[in-house]
Design a protein around this ligand. Structure first.
Ligand code: WA2
Length: 282
């Protein structure tokens, strides 16, 4: 008799956890597809037309009107690949200097002002943001290669031609942990078996999206009934000996049962899990 009740509790928890994990995965997947479509939009209407049919205003309008297509993204932006030899001409043409990303805490000060950012020190190449959604306007002119997570993601995306996802880290001008998704824009269509060197050579820029995990996961879970019944946590388990918690309260829940649902965010080099427990009845 009691075993029956326990079995039903276990099944109930598994169903609720799997449902949430699948919802998050599906919403991430549709958002990711739309970010990839934006990369094609930039390729077609910015690089593919002379003069370009996209400027900051067009990009801002288009991305504002299509936010419903990217329910898990807090903002999208486009950064250009600029070699050091091209820097001076690039800066003259745009009328601003390529800026260095502020380290961690400095980006959190409430009067954060991109105008006050330092120029980027000399590097072989840069990835300054030239277009951005209104929600992430503060990264315009910032060299995305001057931030460790963004830098590594850009390199991985352009060498593979696939969407690349970062580990969780503190996003600029936000108190929240987030992840960044990057798609590379190339000069021409590359065959699936193109070498990393061919890909790097053909790279024009990077279309990136930021996923503000706590606020967007909250929004998603709030749409579900029986939200009061379970506690949900999201982990990046890429390094399975030291998982990183991306979402969920710090309080330890003493619930007995736990169910783990795996989540696929479309980047095979990253692993994610959702951990669910019942909240204790008061
Ligand atoms: N976007 C928004 N906030 C951020 C961030 C980012 N990266 N990095 C840190 N905080 C333009 O991959 C290219 C977006 C990076 C793309």
């Amino acid at each position: 008799m009691y075993a029956d009740v326990v079995a039903r509790r276990i099944e109930n928890l598994a169903n609720m956890c799997d449902e949430r994990a699948r919802m998050l995965q599906d919403q991430f997947n549709v958002s990711m597809n739309h970010v990839q479509a934006l990369a094609i939009l930039v390729s077609t209407f910015h690089h593919g037309k002379n003069p370009s049919a996209i400027d900051q205003k067009t990009f801002e309008d288009f991305t504002a009107r299509t936010t419903f297509e990217r329910p898990l993204m807090s903002g999208v932006a486009y950064a250009l690949k600029v070699l050091h030899s091209e820097r001076e001409q690039f800066e003259q043409q745009h009328g601003w200097k390529i800026k260095k990303m502020e380290a961690g805490d400095q980006s959190l000060v409430h009067d954060y002002n991109p105008e006050k950012l330092e120029p980027s020190p000399v590097q072989d190449e840069y990835a300054p943001v030239i277009f951005s959604q209104e929600t992430v306007k503060h990264i315009i002119s910032v060299d995305m290669m001057s931030g460790k997570e963004d830098h590594d993601n850009i390199l991985r995306s352009r060498a593979t031609g696939k969407g690349a996802l970062t580990s969780p880290f503190k996003l600029l001008k936000s108190n929240h942990l987030g992840v960044v998704l990057t798609f590379t824009v190339y000069k021409y269509d590359l065959p699936p078996n193109a070498t990393p060197e061919e890909r790097i050579h053909a790279t024009l820029g990077y279309l990136g999206a930021s996923f503000d995990v706590p606020s967007l996961v909250d929004k998603l879970l709030e749409q579900l009934a029986s939200k009061q019944k379970i506690v949900v946590r999201l982990y990046d388990t890429t390094n399975h000996t030291s998982p990183i918690k991306m979402y969920g309260s710090d309080f330890t829940v003493s619930g007995d049962l736990q169910h783990i649902s795996s989540i696929d965010f479309g980047d095979p080099t990253r692993k994610h899990e959702m951990h669910c427990r019942f909240k204790h009845e008061p």
